[in-house]
Write a protein that binds this ligand. Structure first.
Ligand SMILES: Cc1cc2nc3c(=O)[nH]c(=O)nc-3n(C[C@H](O)[C@H](O)[C@H](O)COP(=O)(O)O)c2cc1C
Length: 187
């Protein structure tokens, strides 16, 4: 099997990280790969904020929890109220928030999801591990949360599509059972 196909099949959600930091070089590599992600009409209108370091990610986590206490987030509120709830699973040393330009991107969730997928696959290909974290996309429009993100340099006109917790994996989890009945062929 080609190396690419093998890598696609081996990507996993990693939720357990060592305390080894992620280097600038590794970040550069995965973002260089992500710059090749397709976007509708080739707008390439996305931007990410990388939060590095447990202390900074802990502050971000507090902001997410605060936003989750508001009406409308019942699904997350109970979780967010627990002390152990954290967006940076087992102390991922890096947290990447991916947004798309709401003016320029003509297929916002699709563009952003592909970028996240490229980052995720690239990370695994160089020995890192990652996991998509959904909670930030849900609170993308919360004014107080947005103000906090703006302070981190996240563009005001970008919608959050998702985030990745990133780091060196303790181990790569085993593959969940695959469904196989995904397509039909006519002709
Ligand atoms: C759109 C999307 C949102 C996800 N959100 C979360 C999340 O918030 N927290 C989490 O632990 N995993 C999240 N995941 C990871 C999935 O649970 C995971 O991909 C799935 O269980 C299959 O496991 P695998 O990635 O190892 O193949 C998300 C995945 C996707 C594609």
């Amino acid at each position: 099997m080609s190396e690419v196909l093998k890598a696609l099949k081996e990507r996993r959600s990693v939720r357990d990280f060592t305390d080894q930091p992620v280097s600038d070089e590794d970040l550069k590599t995965i973002f260089e790969v992500a710059s090749y992600a397709p976007t509708a009409r080739n707008t390439q209108a996305w931007r990410a904020t990388v939060v590095r370091g447990l202390d900074k990610i802990a502050l971000l986590n507090d902001e997410v929890k605060k936003a989750n206490q508001k009406p409308g987030y019942e699904r997350y509120r109970e979780l967010a109220a627990t002390k152990s709830y954290a967006i940076n699973f087992h102390k991922a040393p890096v947290f990447i928030i991916v947004g798309v330009d709401q003016e320029k991107s003509v297929c916002q969730p699709e563009d952003g999801a592909l970028v996240l997928g490229y980052l995720w696959l690239a990370a695994q290909a160089i020995g890192l591990g990652a996991c998509w974290i959904n909670q930030l996309g849900v609170i993308s429009d919360e004014p107080e949360f947005r103000a906090y993100l703006t302070g981190l340099g996240f563009p005001v006109d970008h919608r959050i599509i998702g985030a990745l917790a990133l780091g060196h994996p303790v181990k790569i989890p085993s593959v969940p059972e695959r469904k196989t009945d995904h397509y039909n062929v006519i002709g």
